[in-house]
Design a protein around this ligand. Structure first.
Ligand SMILES: *Cc1c(COP(=O)(O)O)cnc(C)c1O
Length: 234
């Protein structure tokens, strides 16, 4: 098998082991291949190895790749995971299935208004600055419930859950309290009548260095770049 095929199989095994350890079914954890900085040829190789969900952070580089894969007749599920300003919403609404980084209502309102009628509603995760770092994106934990309730009202969006990028740590164990706090917040918001609890099923947390701990704490989506594609060029 090629390199990407091997790495993918290895990651799936590690996801399965962490899931088992947490007494969760492995099928409950989706792997998003974070393909930022890698070219369409690399994505195609990942597709050929069976990968179907891809995460991109920068629209300018994502749009040509989305077009290139469509040209090849491939239709991956595209997840937008980059900073989401108001001037980017239209293209996210038109080209992606998921947006993980909604942290204010204005951005959500634009995404809903701009989601094309022929597409299903855009899946949304509200990004939470769970470790309350200054100068980090994500809404404050105390503001998350109100933002989720507001997103739930928007007709062309489907509120799916919460996302976080905790502060980088040397030891992934140090991220555990933050992952646990996001899960606790999800449980709390799910009890809110304003939110459709049957669809609010997603915790998007965990990257190459800490996804195993994130899975133990309830992640349903892990976003993995380096461990699949190798180090990104600087
Ligand atoms: C780049 C990125 C990732 C992947 O990070 P790796 O350390 O390469 O696994 C995950 N999530 C977000 C939001 C990112 O920007």
């Amino acid at each position: 098998m090629n390199d990407i095929g091997n790495r993918l199989a290895d990651l799936r095994r590690r996801i399965d082991v962490s899931s088992l350890r947490a007494r969760r079914p492995a099928s409950a954890v989706a792997l998003i291949a974070v393909s930022k900085t890698f070219g369409a040829d690399v994505l195609q190789a990942a597709w050929n190895a069976g990968q179907r969900c891809f995460g991109e952070s920068y629209l300018q580089e994502a749009l040509p790749k989305i077009a290139a894969l469509a040209e090849l007749g491939l239709d991956p599920e595209w997840h937008f995971i980059g900073p989401l300003q108001a001037n980017k919403t239209r293209q996210v609404a038109e080209h992606f299935s998921w947006a993980h980084t909604v942290d204010r209502i204005r951005v959500a309102e634009r995404l809903s208004a701009q989601r094309p009628q022929m597409l299903p509603p855009l899946n949304i995760c509200v990004q939470v600055n769970i470790s309350a770092e200054p100068s980090k994106s994500g809404c404050e934990p105390q503001a998350a419930a109100a933002l989720c309730a507001a997103v739930s009202e928007l007709p062309r969006l489907r509120l799916r859950g919460l996302m976080t990028i905790p502060q980088a740590q040397d030891d992934p164990e140090q991220s555990r309290p933050n992952f646990r706090a996001l899960r606790d917040l999800q449980v709390q918001i799910r009890a809110d009548e304003a939110v459709d609890s049957t669809q609010f099923d997603t915790l998007s947390m965990g990257m190459s260095d800490d996804f195993e701990v994130a899975i133990e704490e309830g992640a349903t989506i892990v976003r993995i770049g380096n461990a699949l594609f190798g180090q990104r060029p600087q």
